[in-house]
Design a protein around this ligand. Structure first.
Ligand SMILES: *Cc1c(COP(=O)(O)O)cnc(C)c1O
Length: 452
């Protein structure tokens, strides 16, 4: 039975962001989950060390979330949001607007983070058109940015490995540098920040008349390798956007819903975006709901008699799905009554100490972390910060070793991602860090031994 299932998976599936040759060599089929662990079809258990790719909040099979879906199922599973709404989508909208930054008063639903970003881009583009400034139609993308895998989201992304191949399909955008303190010449966060802000201002001075919006991840560039922005950077970008009349699209898909120790990461800098994308943790990691938030000012630029053709011509079949919205409402209720955000902020300090124990390891170059969003950058040489040869796939092999030891995550190159569910206890965090440590030691030893 299990063997058959593996054969079936190899025969018919094509998995996202996966070289299928790798999958065929190391197949894995998850059958169930409980708390912060998942179990495969052989009964082997794994810590969900990456929250099932950055989603999970309360663990798996959280009773309250399961029940919220069951209860909604007794009424209806789905009806459309085109031209009408439904009960949970409406209730959820009010609750979301309560917790998002003050200036954001409107929510537009979709099903994934990438779509939430596409919608933000279209809103920004059409906003200027609707108010009579159609010349503002280009975008600024941040170096190393990642906003999802659809063509629009990729066009404002800038990770060569993922994006280069699709270059000819993308619309062009301006690129602005991002402070990557660990690999900077000075190593000084403030200097790094200032240099990047100066470069952005130069770009804006020259081109702002044709720029609709700038898109930026909030505080942490996740997919680029958990690169944390120095204090003052996001606020500085906000100031420049305001000064040069460019909309600011903040991507909170990874960072939103408590992940960094605030409900939304832009709160760390008191930043009010003009548009904001959220997804991932919005349903506690249960169902595909995403949201694009915007201000009343932008919303009103689309509000007119139909013949003016100012409508936002965008929508998806499953937009506002009732089951998803019902579980999102329960997720937000749990955030409040279990004080999830406060818990993350507190436990993040313990996590800092635990991760600190990895720092002396000979190939641990940099440990970056904001709340429960962590990346451990492995390097060949700590002195020169020289990377391992990409061919060795050190990060990949470390995560395979971790799998063997009972924990799942995915690497970003040679950066090991650690993003446990937000309810992970101190004891669980400790066990997960111990697994990472063992895997890092074993694999880097093997790799360096093979070199001599
Ligand atoms: C995951 C992610 C996305 C894309 O979300 P999907 O739901 O996978 O489409 C967009 N932006 C950021 C910052 C992300 O981490």
């Amino acid at each position: 039975m299990t063997k058959e299932l593996i054969e079936k998976s190899k025969k018919h599936l094509w998995l996202p962001f996966t070289q299928m040759k790798d999958y065929d060599e190391n197949p894995l089929i998850i059958e169930s989950g409980n708390g912060i662990k998942v179990k495969d079809i052989y009964g082997k258990e794994y810590y969900d060390g990456f929250s099932s790719v950055w989603l999970n909040v309360h663990g798996h099979r959280k009773k309250e979330l399961d029940n919220a879906i069951k209860k909604q199922l007794e009424k209806i599973a789905h009806s459309t949001l085109l031209g009408m709404t439904n009960v949970p989508a409406t209730e959820l909208a009010e609750k979301l607007i309560e917790i998002t930054p003050e200036k954001l008063t409107r929510v537009f639903y979709s099903d994934s983070g990438a779509e939430a970003m596409e919608i933000a881009l279209k809103m920004a583009f059409q906003y200027w058109k609707n108010i009579g400034k159609p010349e503002k139609k280009k975008f600024i993308a941040m170096q190393n940015g990642y906003h999802g895998d659809t063509i629009g989201a990729v066009s404002v992304g800038s990770i060569d490995l993922y994006h280069h191949v699709y270059g000819p399909l993308m619309f062009e955008s301006f690129k602005s540098p991002i402070p990557y303190v660990y690999h900077s010449e000075s190593g000084d966060p403030a200097q790094c920040r200032d240099e990047c802000l100066v470069a952005l201002e130069q770009l804006l001075i020259k081109n702002h008349q044709e720029i609709a919006a700038l898109s930026i991840e909030s505080m942490v560039q996740g997919a680029a390798g958990m690169i944390i922005m120095p204090e003052g950077f996001l606020a500085g970008v906000r100031e420049l956007c305001t000064k040069y009349d460019v909309l600011m699209i903040v991507d909170e898909v990874a960072t939103g819903f408590g992940r960094t120790g605030k409900m939304f990461a832009c709160e760390h800098e008191g930043v009010q975006p003009d548009l904001m994308a959220a997804g991932k943790g919005i349903t506690g990691g249960y169902l595909p709901i995403a949201a694009t938030f915007t201000t009343e000012e932008i919303y009103m630029a689309f509000y007119d008699d139909y013949e003016k053709l100012k409508t936002l011509f965008h929508g998806h079949s499953y937009t506002g799905n009732q089951l998803g919205c019902a579980v999102a409402i329960e997720n937000l209720r749990l955030f409040e009554c279990e004080k999830i955000v406060e818990q993350v902020a507190e436990k993040a300090e313990d996590l800092q100490l635990l991760l600190h124990e990895l720092q002396p390891l000979p190939h641990v170059g940099d440990i970056r972390k904001l709340g429960f969003m962590c990346g451990i950058e492995l390097v060949h040489s700590k002195e020169t910060k020289e990377a391992f040869s990409a061919k060795k796939r050190v990060g990949y092999h470390v995560t395979l070793k971790m799998r063997e030891l009972g924990m799942l995550t995915r690497p970003l190159g040679d950066v090991i991602v650690f993003m446990p569910p937000l309810v992970s206890t101190r004891e669980e965090l400790k066990e997960m860090v111990a697994i990472m440590k063992e895997a890092i030691i074993e694999v880097t030893n093997e790799v360096t031994r093979a070199e001599v």
